[in-house]
Design a protein around this ligand. Structure first.
Ligand SMILES: C[S@@+](CC[C@H](N)C(=O)[O-])C[C@H]1O[C@@H](n2cnc3c(N)ncnc32)[C@H](O)[C@@H]1O
Ligand SMILES: [Zn+2]
Length: 318
């Protein structure tokens, strides 16, 4: 389903939509929590799956939340959107007076709408201040401020780990050299051209040479991998028996955390091989519904390239 956005750029295409709605068993109706509402594509499909379904939607981006509210106003009180960070799920749900949900969804990362918003600084396609914060009301550090503060080694580590960029050291060196020359990198175009100059144009690469660096900084600025394990555990805690949790990730480090945490909650010991007795606390509270992660087919990738790296995992509370 492509969700029209009243003339704003390309239609919005929620990733792995049919598969997610099926795994959540949304046709049963009941209360669902969409932890990453974005523009509300998945939320809307949940609301459409049953006239009995209600969605409490969370996002840490005020602007996205406002758009989702407008778009889904036609569902009246069945849709309720709140600002918050899903890693504080227990607190956010308590504030909304919710104890248990029939289904919980998290579609991680940034939305294409955020990437395409010229002023947010997520993309090298638009010249803007290097901001990259999903929650601009948070007072957190912007990407430019982070590059102004961290050491060369720290910048290189971020670009290598979160971006899997093999030129990470060279890029970090160039960023710090600019800073030392009194010309710190503060805009998306400056960063994009610095990376391009540092790594060379490459051999007809399919993706822009700065893609991995931008991704890495975004993950670091928003601390996207932090407490993801706790979120998965808390989400399962808030499911009613037979309730479902679905998580879509876009990065191997993210998927690894989701996989390990779900594994542990399904009772599989996650201790290193040589530990004589189990110390990880694995206990069976869920049944895994996706033995292997679900990934988009060629057709979906053709119409929505952002779906390329998506992995969907889901479980059922026992
Ligand atoms: C991939 S988009 C979701 C798209 C949505 N499923 C749709 O169909 O429109 C991810 C959204 O999650 C939000 N987000 C990311 N991390 C978050 C967090 N820790 N807490 C709350 N929202 C977060 C982002 O601001 C973004 O709007
Ligand atoms: Zn163990």
């Amino acid at each position: 389903m492509a969700v029209p956005l009243g003339g704003r750029g390309a239609p919005h295409r929620p990733v792995l939509l049919r598969e997610t709605i099926e795994l959540l068993a949304a046709e049963r109706g009941g209360l669902f929590v969409d932890c990453t509402v974005g523009l509300g594509g998945h939320s809307e499909a949940i609301l459409q799956a049953s006239s009995d379904a209600q969605v409490v939607a969370i996002d840490r981006d005020h602007e996205a939340l406002e758009l989702a509210r407008e778009r889904l106003a036609l569902y009246g009180p069945r849709f309720h959107a709140v600002h918050g960070d899903f890693r504080e799920l227990t607190r956010v749900l308590a504030k909304a007076k919710i104890k248990q949900a029939r289904g919980i969804l998290a579609d991680l990362g940034v939305s294409s709408w955020q990437l395409d918003s010229p002023s947010r600084g997520f993309s090298f396609r638009h010249d803007a201040a290097l901001d990259m914060r999903m929650d601009r009301s948070s007072g957190d550090e912007t990407a430019a401020e982070m590059l102004g503060r961290l050491s060369e080694v720290e910048i290189a580590r971020i670009i290598f780990e979160y971006g899997e960029e093999r030129h990470s050291r060279r890029i970090a060196r160039a960023i710090v050299r600019k800073r030392e020359q009194g010309e710190p990198v503060t805009t998306t175009s400056q960063l994009a051209s610095l990376v391009e100059r540092t790594t060379g144009p490459g051999k007809q690469r399919r993706i822009h040479p700065a893609t991995r660096t931008f991704q890495a900084l975004r993950i670091a600025v928003n601390r996207e991998l932090e407490n993801l394990d706790r979120f998965v555990t808390d989400a399962v805690d808030h499911l009613e028996p037979d309730g479902r949790l679905a998580v879509i990730s876009f990065h191997s480090l993210e998927d690894r955390i989701v996989k390990r945490t779900l594994g542990k909650l399904s009772g599989r010991c996650q201790c290193p091989p040589r530990v004589p007795i189990c110390i990880c606390g694995a206990r069976k509270t869920v049944e895994i519904l996706t033995r292997r992660p679900i990934t988009p087919g060629d057709e979906e990738i053709a119409v929505n390239p952002r779906a390329r790296s998506a992995k969907l995992r889901a479980c059922r509370k026992l």
